[in-house]
Design a protein around this ligand. Sequence first.
Ligand SMILES: [Zn+2]
Ligand SMILES: [Zn+2]
Length: 348
Amino acid sequence: MKDLPPTGLRYPWAEPPEHGTAIEVAPGVLWMRLPLPMKLDHVNVYALDDGDTWTVIDTGFASKKTKGIWQALMDGPLGGKPIARVIVTHHHPDHVGLAGWLQSDFGAELITTRTAWLFARMLTLDVQEKPTQESLDFYRSAGMDKAIFDQRASERPFNFGDIVAPMPLGYTRIKQGDTITMGGRTWDIHIGNGHAPEHATFWSRDDNLVLSGDQILPSISPNIGVYATEPMADPIGDWLEACERLKLLARDDHLVLGGHKLPFTGLPTRMRQLIDNHHGALARLIDYIDSPKAASECFAPLFKRKIGEGEYGLALVEAVAHLSHLYQEGRASRTRREDGAWVYQRAE
Ligand SMILES: [Zn+2]
Ligand SMILES: [Zn+2]
């Protein structure tokens, strides 16, 4: 969530493609963009030329607007050639949103990790008109601001299916160590974790391309959160493990095609930054919890800037993730405060 200076990173394209158009970033590899109605206002998607058909990577939110842009892309840069395969890097709605639509309306094959598929399909089917008790308990445990809690408790919650098209049964699984052929290249598949469980990344054996999804992004660090679905998850631990492993693959000439922001080179530097960011945040946090604090009280040392209302939810789940990591490593203890919040304190 933190903006970083682009030290050591280079961005070969200063500007992204306009909606409905594509930039060919390498022979047979198109970079396209779709809008998101949030602070992070776009997602990158890619199309790889397989001769008679295309393989596309990620899809944007399910909305009339995004479908219209996809149609313009199919008629324009994709030249009317069918999309035979859609690869989803991870289960987040900006990536999986229209996978089901590409399957059901265009006959595309969905390829993703098992966890991404199960998570996305489970969440699309999980329709709630009111927040679940588990969600409210989770917010309370995190020490959510009372006004925000009261508002969330009283309104229809965000439903995954609001922005993700129905997903038909059936997909093709990819996993760590697999290879896949697309765009005239063979790609090694390496699985990331932390930002999303079992997040696929693709490393070309034939040139310098890496399709990184949200596991590796330039200039913003991917959000890492704990949710009511798995309150004792340790995504920070998962993240650090994945980054240390992927770092060993990184080369300076890699052209990294990620899910947000601009394609970049300088991947070894970026991997170091992504790892150091969290070690830095954990070090500041451990100093800060010399007296007991709830997750909602730890934004200052973690983010070093003011958190607006639009970012509050993401900031809160990220604060829980960092505190819970310290707790699960034995570097902090926690107790239940009177208001129901877990408060964490540095272990002596
Ligand atoms: Zn994501
Ligand atoms: Zn994303």
